[in-house]
Design a binder for this molecule. Sequence first.
Ligand code: 5AD
Ligand code: SF4
Length: 445
Amino acid sequence: MNVVDSEVVVAILQKQDYEVTETMEEANLILVNTCSIRDNAEQKVNNRIKEFGAQKRKNKNLVVGVIGCMAERLKEKLLEEERSVDLVVGPDAYRELPALLTEVESGQKGINTLLSLEETYADLSPVRLDKNHVSSFVSIMRGCNNFCAYCVVPYTRGRERSRDPETIEREVKELFDAGYKEVTLLGQNVNSYRWSFNDEAKADTSSSAEASEDAIKFEALLERIAKISPQLRVRFATSHPKDMSDELLMTMAKYPNLCRSIHLPVQSGSTAVLKRMKRGYTREWYMNRIEAIRKYLPEATISTDIIAGYCGETEEEHKETLSLMKWVGYDLAFMFKYSERPDTFAAKKYEDDVPEDVKTKRLSEIIALQGTLSLEGKKKDIGKVYEVLIEGTSKKSKEQLFGRTSQNKVAVFTANGQKPGDYVMVKVNDCTSATLLTTLLEDEY
Ligand code: 5AD
Ligand code: SF4
């Protein structure tokens, strides 16, 4: 989300004749787009702000701004505590950046952390900052209404709102026309995407019943995007287990270019912990959703997010997470220690009572198990043939290219004149837990 937001910010600033520099030393304005999800994310930003402070002593004209979730969470405190910060702008206030920069130029500090119920930056075309021009992110909604007990996002990114599908389709078409071959549709909870053109026409108050019937839901949006071209791969993140519908899976099954990989954050395998997390589903419900994925999309891989050592988590509850991980056989997982976030429900209601060393031990057990599961999942691919979208040159060797399968597995192979953006067929010979080692199949396809 922050990658796209930074691209939106560049679009806004380019209209004011700003340009992106390659290095910090060349810049007269540094904006750091921040994340508040865990304390260590914020600590990294604090360290960067110190570096910018040092740079400011070298370049007296340098303006430093903090944007994104930390700006929203800390507001004036950032200006009070960090002398080198001139500008603080929350995620819904980026359109105000030019005006705020004018204030800073006149010697004041600039701040705007107002959240909005409507802002989706729908009309702006993000200026793409990626290097390979193969794969890009497209924001389809902002904010979150779920209020999971541990999570700061609903406070820093505000209420959930969906973006006009016409503008989403237009942006994806522009990307495809510019040579991109893959888009990832982004939202905190894409399954609750909903757009009604009738709601838009606010003057027409007589048609509220009609409005809900006409609403475009996520499945319909996905179908529209899938139809742009079979040569365009479409991914999406993040799905919430409580809203993951059979209709969505059936839609995916109809379109081979809707990628066969689903990110379905579980957070914990224990129903009691899920309840304390206010996730809105049980272990059994989650397992039922995995069974639905297996039924409609048997070839799909599943990835997840897991939090170790949440408030009150017992050893038994932790073991339930491990057993669920094995049952699902995740291909990939993002695994974190619980980090208490100020003012969340969990911070107010529960004690962060799992000792640090226990959190560390549980997280390392989760990581070790995931390593085994990732390897097992890839071993099953040995001997199989996959279509790979090439993304770039492998870090290890210039002769080797890498790309991804529809299942989101990274494959490397020795190239023969192919380039990023090409689709190739490969055969899997071997693997590590992170990569498929493959050979290019040229003549047969
Ligand atoms: N502590 C640790 N991990 C968290 N996440 C969200 N909030 C916290 C927190 N307070 C994780 C969840 C979420 C991912 C984006 O970050 O697993 O899915
Ligand atoms: Fe946070 Fe839950 Fe919303 Fe995800 S769904 S952003 S974890 S509140």
